[in-house]
Each structure stands twice: as C-alpha cells, then as structure tokens.
Design a binder for this molecule. Structure first.
Ligand code: GLY
Length: 353
C-alpha cells in the first residue's frame, strides 16, 4: 500500500494506492465518512463491469445509490449535470452524505463539480479507474463541465476528501487508454524526473509495467502533489503540467478527437521540443530521447493529414490567449522544465510541426 498526503491551504487529504483495494472499500471509506448514504456516480461501461461488486462491497456498511451516465466526453455537459442533480435530489442526498466519483476523467470532473455545487458543496471521494485519472485528474481538485463554447469552461477547484486508487482496475482498460495514460506518465518524467524517464525506457513488456504499476502511479502522483501544493490555483509551477498540451490540444481538435488526449500530448511534447532544441533552449539530443520513448511505447506522432494552419488558428483562438500572450512549457533538458511567456507571433516558431 502506498499513501500520499496532499496539503493545500485549509485542507489535506490522502491518496491511497493499493492493488485489490476495491474489495476492502468499505473499511477505507469509514476512515473519512460516518454516515450511511452514498451517491455513486459512474458511467454505464464501468457499471456493467463493476456495478455488482461495488454494490455488494458498499452495501455491507452503507446505503449506495447509483447514478449512471453515458460513457464519453459528451457527459461532461450541463444537461448531464442537471440529470445528476435531479438524481441526487431524488435520493434525498443531504450535505452530510457522500458522493463517490467512480470513473475516469469525465466522471471525476462531472461528479466533482456536482459535489462542489450540490447543496453548496458536499464531500466526495475519487476512485479513478483509468491510468490518466489515477496519475492526473484525481489529484488537484480541478472539476468542471464543458460548455458549447469550450472545454472545462464551467468549473471550480474542489478537492476530494480521499482518493482511492486500485491499479488492478487498469487490467480491464483497453490498450488505447493505457497509451493515453502513458503519454502523461512520460510528461511527468520529461518535466521533473530523469529516474522515471530511465525506468520507463527499461520497461519492455505490459507484464513488466503492471509489476511496477503502483510505484509508477505513486511517482506521478508525488510530482503532481508537489506542483499542486506549491501552486493550487495554477498560476505558476502547476502550469508545468501543461508541457505538450498547447500543440496537443490543437492536434486533438484537428483530428476530431480520433486520437486520445495522451497520444496528442505525446506528439505535442515531441514537436515543441524539436523546435526549442533548434532554438538552442533545450539540450541537444532531448528531442531524440523523447522520440525514442514514444517509439518504445508505440505511441504514434505522425499525423500526415494535420493542417498546420488549423493548428495555428486553434492556438490563436484559444480563450487562454486573449491577452495576446501564451505560456509555453519548454524543457532545458529531460527532467527540467520551465514556463516561457511569449507573444502569439513568437509562439509560432515553437509550435511548428
Ligand atoms: N491536469 C493539469 C492540472 O491538474 O493542472
């Protein structure tokens, strides 16, 4: 079992990482929750896989009420949120009850935002079920839904009371979503941890990866913990987590979300480093190291149909850039990242693909 404590102003909570944890969920939840009623928010794929187990385990100590939404990004919407509020009300969930977010990033964001706003805020526990959620979105309290005008536009910072991570859940995750998470694992290594980078290069099989998966998850969570504790509201160091994301988001959009977020971010890290290395900012050979890493995990970065003008336009229209400047995350070398604020014109030389 691995345990990390997140400390932010006015609040602290634990992340527990343990293979097989799902079987003892009740005991662990009792450490932070005294009442009986729980609303479990999940999606229909996960409900089919884990609904019975969860119901059985939780019913030993609690009164679980399941709220099941459609899988996928479309559920991060105001209409699904309204549906969730109605279900919470129908189950008579009060401010002293608990919400559990059982799912990947979409469920975590949706359930977390519902928890932050329903009855002006009730406690929630994150049980992340994808690699991406286990290493990233379950920590740091960013919760949101999308608006038609853009992703994550209605949201807040609202931290869970506990994060319960069972790496065994990843055994049912399709390969594509393992790669999705791996893109972000590689990102952590690139921005903060050369030892993690070397360790990743030494993993040759899926079995070897699963042998070390709890350590891998814990290492990533520790890096994010340090960044979130230093800069909860994402105005400084936390921005390092956006390495590869400027080009990555544009690629995701340009490819109509046919590739996963992690794959797009991987390509984003590669191309921005190619350009920063050319500019003499990044140590020579860093681009090659990232390229070898992506090859090592079969993460594709060749998108022949990508239209560079679409990417430039996307970055120009991004609402984060309205001031005419953009914060790019660049590497000095593997394990050492920094924020560089540039004008949109200057940004073009770093985002070329
Ligand atoms: N996923 C980036 C962050 O939480 O800041």
């Amino acid at each position: 079992m691995k345990k990390l404590e997140i400390n932010i102003p006015g609040k602290s909570y634990d992340i527990i990482i343990e293979k097989g944890l799902l079987k003892n969920l009740g005991t662990d939840i009792k450490k932070v929750y005294e009442n009986t009623k729980i609303a479990v928010i999940t999606d229909s794929n996960l409900y089919d896989l884990y609904g019975n187990t969860l119901n059985e385990v939780l019913s030993e100590n609690f009164d679980p009420n399941f709220i099941v939404v459609k899988p996928g990004e479309t559920s991060k919407s105001l209409s699904t949120l309204e549906h969730v509020y109605s279900k919470l009300a129908a189950s008579n969930i009060t401010r002293s009850d608990l919400i559990i977010a059982f799912g990947g990033g979409v469920v975590g964001d949706l359930a977390g935002f519902a928890a932050s706003t329903y009855l002006r805020g009730i406690d929630y526990i994150q049980i992340p079920t994808s690699l991406l959620a286990q290493i990233d979105s379950c920590i740091g309290g960013k919760v949101a839904v999308n608006l038609k005008e853009g992703k994550n536009l209605a949201g807040s910072f609202y931290h869970p009371v506990r994060v319960l991570t069972d790496p065994d859940i990843l055994l049912t995750l399709p390969e594509k979503y393992i790669r999705d998470g791996l893109g972000e694992v590689i990102k952590y290594a690139c921005i903060k941890d050369t030892a993690l980078f070397d360790m990743l290069m030494s993993i040759d099989t899926k079995e070897a990866m699963f042998e070390h998966i709890d350590q891998l998850i814990c290492t990533c969570c520790k890096i994010k913990k340090e960044l979130v504790e230093a800069d909860e509201k994402d105005k400084g160091q936390r921005m390092l987590l956006n390495f590869g994301h400027t080009i990555g988001h544009a690629i995701e959009k340009s490819m109509n979300f046919e590739i996963t977020h992690g794959e797009a971010v991987s390509a984003g890290m590669l191309y921005i480093t190619k350009n920063s290395e050319k500019s003499g900012i990044t140590e020579a050979g860093t681009y090659e190291k990232i390229k070898n890493m992506l090859d090592h995990f079969n993460i594709d970065y060749n998108f022949p149909d990508l239209n560079m003008n679409n990417i430039k336009n996307y970055i120009r229209l991004d609402k984060k850039n309205l001031s005419g400047e953009i914060n790019l995350i660049l590497l000095k070398k593997i394990g050492d990242a920094f924020v560089k604020k540039v004008s949109l014109d200057e940004a073009e030389k770093y985002i070329a693909i």
